[in-house]
Design a protein around this ligand. Structure first.
Ligand code: ATP
Ligand code: MG
Length: 364
């Protein structure tokens, strides 16, 4: 498993303050094995770029250690860390051709001319830009420039590459193509990557693990499926994907189930995630696609609640239905558009249910 592999990149109790007063990174502990593709995901101002800048060496940590291959790099200047970088608007040198842009990091590293030419050619081929060596950046589209920026970060064969919203400025289709290319390249070359985005789909589709940031802390660090299916707190449950929440109070906790009395009066079972005591307030969370309303598809021991259909939206591949249930008008269910799937009508009264294991009692 990932945790057992020796750390290639490690943050140990790292804190950062810009003004000597407020910590924008509060207590970061993170350990990445070689070859991992890790994404830092989180709202604006949560500290993602700051973490990347500390790893790159452009900012210093106020407290704690950052280690690369087991060695503290706190006192190593950026250009000696051997890290490749791509940023959202990391400008290419406008007066240089594409080939000269790529050759530059090699010249800085005192690589000889014939080696340089060979490496530049290989890096350009890697991002399918071999025919553009002689152009200047202004003569390229945004996506092509971003490909060159990627090639420039890879040309000196770094073991670690940092990317900060590298696809932020591109349209959806190009983003998706490049997402695929970046992950393939990183895996093929065995590069360890720290990727920053606030696009959750991008994070889920590209990463081996995702670190969800909020308020200078990692709220959860997990592979994409675990993050989506087993959020550890209300912030992660709300931030990743769509989610229904019902407010209530813990009535009883027994091992890995608990009984919740909803504010609307109903009693349901849930998995106690980060609630610890009877009487504690909780937000119970259920994914829209885990809710069932066809009687014959309901599990025997599933709970049922009465619901009124408020809105039915046909979305092509799925149906999205909004319900009034347990005191909320914002309960969403999603069902696959299968030939035998019922299309609900506003005003209908139905019974909905789910498995207790899909229902998580989280902090209020
Ligand atoms: N150079 C700086 N000087 C002072 N404060 C800074 C500096 N850079 C960032 N901050 C502050 O630190 C906090 C974290 O900023 P950071 O850029 O790391 O967030 P982020 O997660 O990358 O956000 P975004 O998604 O908007 O890029 C913010 O409150 C920001 O205002
Ligand atoms: Mg940022």
């Amino acid at each position: 498993m990932l945790d057992a592999a020796p750390a290639f990149v490690a943050f140990e109790r790292v804190q950062k303050s810009y003004d000597g007063e407020n910590l924008v990174v509060k207590d970061l502990n993170l350990s990445m094995p070689k070859g991992e593709f890790l994404t830092m995901l989180g709202p604006s101002g949560s500290g993602k770029t700051t973490c990347l800048m500390m790893l790159a060496g452009f900012e210093t940590a106020t407290h704690g250690d950052i280690l690369l291959d087991g060695v503290s790099i706190n006192n190593i200047p950026p250009h000696k860390r051997g890290i490749g970088m791509v940023f959202q608007n990391y400008a290419l040198f406008p007066h240089m051709t594409v080939a000269e842009n790529l050759s530059f990091p090699l010249e800085v590293r005192k690589i000889g001319k014939s080696d340089r030419e060979q490496k530049v050619k290989r890096a350009l081929d890697m991002v399918q830009m071999g025919d553009f060596a002689g152009r200047r950046p202004a003569q390229l589209s945004g996506g092509q420039q971003q490909r060159i920026a990627l090639a420039r970060a890879l040309v000196f064969e770094p073991e670690l590459v940092l990317m900060d919203e590298p696809l932020g400025a591109l349209d959806k289709q190009l983003r998706e193509t490049l997402q695929f290319e970046i992950t393939n390249l990183a895996h093929d070359l065995g590069i360890t990557t720290v990727y920053v985005t606030h696009d959750q789909t991008e994070a889920l589709t590209m990463s081996d693990r995702v670190a969800v940031f909020d308020d200078g802390r990692i709220q959860q660090l997990a592979p994409p499926d675990e993050l989506y299916e087993k959020p550890q707190n209300s912030f992660v449950a709300q931030f990743i994907g769509e989610n229904n929440t019902l407010d209530g109070v813990i009535e009883e906790i027994k091992g890995n189930t608990c009984i919740v009395k909803l504010d609307s009066g109903e009693i349901i079972d849930a998995v106690p995630v980060n609630v610890t005591k009877v009487g504690e307030r909780t937000k119970v969370s259920i994914r829209p696609e885990r809710v069932e309303f066809n009687r014959d598809r309901l599990h025997d021991d599933a709970h049922t609640l009465k619901a009124e259909v408020l809105e039915f939206i046909y979305m092509g591949d799925i149906f999205r239905t909004r319900l009034r249930v347990a005191g909320t008008d914002e309960f969403i269910i999603k069902t696959r558009n299968a030939p035998d799937q019922t299309r609900l009508k506003p005003g209908e009264i139905i019974e909905i249910g789910w498995l207790a294991e899909d229902c998580r009692a989280l902090d209020a």
